[in-house]
Design a protein. Structure first.
Length: 352
């Protein structure tokens, strides 16, 4: 149900802000001017140039707009990055992934940059300062927000990386952009690495608490949320689907309306399971289709609505699949989720 609270000023800026990430420099300058003229919150918008493929990792880390969370845009929590490595070579930082397109990475970074410049509340800590001081590894966790329609349900996306790194630039931000463009609200969670799946899922559960607590401010529906994950992130999404956020320390007991899992092997099951959309590449050598089928069959045995899609000619970690035979699967998965939304929840793909 659509919240009745007044529409936040940043909601009026979101569409224009996203224009900043899509066009040429002249168009971006014009959009920035329009933002400044339309709302007071946009006074801080700068005509700073967007990133280009030739910009380096160091440019990301030192961008003033990303102060406080720049490292959490990038895959590795503890790596000493080569500041001169260009964005065009970002795939080298994602060893478990394939089909990493630098133009897609670039679009995600510029989308966040444009939204930040426009005053959209992009990044959120999920742990308090006191908690992060006591346990420094909690500084790896955080939440990125990609607004869709006010009052629409939200997706929480967990990128993969073998619990060694978090591949948000490849299978977090691109998913969130696609979902937001469909009208859904989308969040990408970054999480602690090197401590296994249950610790990472605890961070995801904590993120759900934050979203539920601030749902009125975000203008997202509390009902009908979905969890998405790829590779290691798909295990996290499945854990939440099977046991609920409260199974991992959260206060929220509400289960997701749907689980979307990309290319993972995961055998853990709960006594009841949400509708599940699963996708894997036929050439996946890490989590081949044969490893996903037993879970699909077990879910069906529980009476769960399941779709399994095996995509020819793609390997592990294909992300949103642009330029491959997997291209478009985010929209298909979103339609699956929408079919399972509770009555009374806004359906962006129908109502937008």
């Amino acid at each position: 149900m659509v919240p009745t609270r007044p529409r936040p000023a940043w909601r009026n800026l979101t569409a224009l802000a996203f224009c900043l990430s899509a066009g040429a420099a002249e168009a971006q300058s014009q959009a920035a001017t329009a933002l400044a003229e339309r709302a007071p919150v946009a006074r801080s918008v700068q005509a700073a140039a967007p990133f280009t493929l030739g910009d380096g990792v160091g440019d990301i880390l030192t961008r003033p707009e990303f102060a406080g969370y720049a490292r959490r845009l990038l895959p590795w929590a503890d790596r000493a990055y080569d500041a001169d490595m260009p964005i065009s070579r970002m795939a080298q930082l994602l060893p478990y992934h394939s089909e990493v397109r630098s133009d897609v990475v670039l679009a995600g970074l510029n989308r966040i940059l444009a939204a930040q410049q426009a005053g959209v509340p992009v990044f959120h800590e999920i742990y308090t300062e006191a908690e992060r001081t006591e346990t420094p590894s909690l500084n790896e966790a955080g939440l990125f927000f990609f607004p869709g329609q006010p009052g629409a349900p939200f997706a929480l996306i967990a990128p993969g990386g073998g619990f060694s790194y978090v591949g948000s630039v490849h299978e977090g931000f691109p998913y969130a952009m696609a979902l937001a463009d469909q009208g859904f609200n989308a969040f990408v969670v970054t999480y602690r690495t090197g401590q296994g799946g249950r610790v990472a899922t605890t961070d995801m559960a904590r993120a759900i608490d934050l979203i539920m607590d601030a749902a009125d401010e975000f203008q997202v529906a509390r009902e009908g949320y979905s969890v998405w994950g790829s590779s290691a992130g798909a295990r996290m999404a499945a854990f939440i689907g099977s046991h609920g956020p409260d199974g991992f320390g959260a206060r929220t007991t509400q289960r997701p309306a749907a689980v979307v899992m990309a290319y993972t092997s995961h055998s853990d099951l709960g006594d009841r399971e949400p509708p599940t959309y699963a996708i894997v590449g036929a050439r996946d050598g890490i989590a081949p289709p044969g490893n996903m089928r037993p879970r699909v069959e077990a879910l069906r045995a529980l009476g769960t609505d399941v779709e399994l899609h095996i995509v020819q000619d793609v390997a592990h970690g294909f992300g949103a699949g642009q330029g491959t035979r997997a291209d478009g699967w985010i929209t298909e998965a979103a339609a699956f989720w929408q079919r399972h939304l509770p009555e009374g929840v806004l359906r962006p793909m129908e109502d937008g």
